[in-house]
Ligand binder design. Structure first.
Ligand code: ADP
Ligand code: MG
Length: 250
């Protein structure tokens, strides 16, 4: 579903991604962990066209991100193609970013109507199903300000799912939540994983990574330091940097 080969990304003179190689298989839960500033968010943002890589190759679902290949030449994608590629990718951020003037239901309906051109009726029906799926059947008519952080984040997940993505990116989805609200969001993510969604999850929730993750990559200073099954990496880290990080978060 995702393949990165020697991906580099700089901001000015600062090289934030320094040759990332990794592969995310279809249907897997891929956990990305590492200290703050190691480039995790930047990497997710590159997958989702929010940033452009400077070197290397990045593919999503077998297609180069942002480029078309003809023979051995690369051409930048047109805006339309970029938009199309982005539609297949759902993203959930640390901050929920819901539209404050819309109810939960309207938040989930918005993109299918505006971007996909679905009828309001069709969009409403699928939004209702999605909100039920994230446990918010009784909150559909509430505005974000009337919802807890955990409920808002579940609306944000339903909103991303409404575009029927092939891949979901989660960037520290529980980091902004009060501790007692973390579990309800992780439960929704666990359910999504069981339903077969391909997910890249940046998280400090090592319990989730161990129980739900299929692979785990530890990143530091823009490189992949260590990769393997969550069990392997978490119980038997091979690198000193991984050990030092885990001793702080476990
Ligand atoms: P992480 O998500 O692992 O904490 P980030 O990808 O957010 O790391 O950031 C990696 C580094 O890139 C940090 O040093 C950050 O300050 C820098 N950075 C991220 N985005 C930008 C930007 N738009 N402009 C300049 N520097 C940035
Ligand atoms: Mg980040």
């Amino acid at each position: 579903m995702v393949r990165a080969e020697r991906v580099h990304k700089s901001f000015g003179l600062v090289e934030v991604l320094r040759g990332i190689d990794l592969e995310v298989r279809n249907g897997e839960v891929f956990c990305l962990v590492g200290p703050s500033g190691s480039g995790k968010s930047t990497f997710l943002r590159c997958i989702n066209h929010l940033e452009k890589i400077n070197a290397g190759r990045l593919w999503v679902d077998g297609r180069l991100v942002g480029y078309r290949q003809k023979g051995d030449k690369l051409y930048e994608m047109r805006e339309r193609e970029v938009a199309q590629q982005r539609r297949d990718i759902g993203m959930v951020f640390q901050r929920f970013n819901l539209f404050p003037h819309m109810t939960a239901l309207e938040n989930v309906m918005e993109a299918p109507v505006q971007v996909k051109g679905k009828s309001r009726r069709e969009a409403r029906e699928s939004a209702e199903r999605l909100l039920e799926r994230v446990g918010l059947a009784d909150r559909m008519r509430n505005y974000p300000a009337q919802l807890s952080g955990g409920q808002q984040q579940r609306v944000a997940i339903a909103r991303a799912l409404a575009m029927e993505p092939k891949l979901m990116l989660f960037d520290e989805p529980t980091s902004a939540l009060d501790p007692e609200l973390v579990g309800e969001v992780l439960d929704v993510m666990r359910q999504l994983a069981e339903d077969g969604m391909t997910m890249i999850v940046v998280t400090h929730e090592m319990g989730f990574a161990r129980e739900v993750g299929d692979s785990l990559v530890f990143m530091d200073a823009g490189v992949v330091v260590e990769a393997g099954s969550p069990r392997e990496v978490l119980t038997n880290p091979r690198h000193e940097r991984t050990r030092a990080f885990l001793s702080k978060v476990l």
